[in-house]
Design a protein around this ligand. Structure first.
Ligand code: SF4
Length: 204
């Protein structure tokens, strides 16, 4: 793992985060599974890392946790499920980018994930691969627009300029994904945040 990432995590410890480093995504997944009681309710933000690559939603649901993830319910239940996720005991998500000076950047279309990070479940686990780290704010925003949005746009067939050309046009599309932007500079007061980093590329 790059020394800049380890330095970023040291800074984040000073900012009030609990940080955890893992050689592999499987070890990170096992840590989260063992840290959350089977009786707890768990909300999920939209994240290819959490619900796709390491299948935490499936594994937690299988073992009996009450899970709220809008991506696995009927479309008419999605809005209510997003709100229930914000009131769960725990919240699991990734982040669009993490800067070397210890800031988290997230961009949302609906706002459920940034809302949950701001004032949602008391205990939050943010799971990232090393590909999510960026040297500075500008690079973090660039990765959001030119990597995360492009891939999400293609996956969700948004038809937004980023999905078609690979470049952001600061669009006004009805499918615009960039609607709520959150820079987290410190842990929000009265909350517990865990930053888990696996030494692999995960999600986008
Ligand atoms: S503003 Fe529009 S074009 Fe730019 S990244 Fe967001 S959705 Fe894509």
């Amino acid at each position: 793992m790059k020394p800049q990432i380890l330095e970023a995590l040291k800074k984040m410890e000073k900012f009030g985060y609990h940080t955890h480093v893992f050689p592999t995504a499987v070890e990170m997944r096992d840590f989260v599974m063992s840290s959350i009681p089977e009786t707890a309710s768990v909300g999920f933000g939209g994240s290819m890392t959490v619900t796709g690559d390491i299948r935490l939603y499936d594994l937690m649901k299988e073992r009996g946790n009450t899970c709220f993830y809008h991506g696995r319910v009927e479309p008419e239940e999605a809005a209510a499920t997003r709100k229930k996720a914000m009131l769960a005991d725990y919240y699991l998500t990734s982040s669009n980018a993490v800067t070397y000076d210890g800031k988290l950047l997230n961009i949302d279309g609906v706002g459920n994930r940034v809302g949950a990070l701001c004032c949602g479940p008391d205990i939050v686990y943010i799971l990232v691969g090393v590909n999510k780290f960026a040297p500075d704010d500008e690079a973090a925003m660039k990765r959001c627009k030119e990597v995360a949005c492009v891939k999400n746009g293609v996956r969700l067939d948004t038809g937004t300029p980023c999905a078609v050309t690979g470049k952001c046009a600061d669009c006004n599309s009805p499918n615009r994904m960039c609607r709520a932007v959150l820079w987290l500079e410190r842990v929000p007061r009265e909350r517990e945040f865990h930053i888990c980093v696996a030494d692999e590329a995960l999600g986008y």
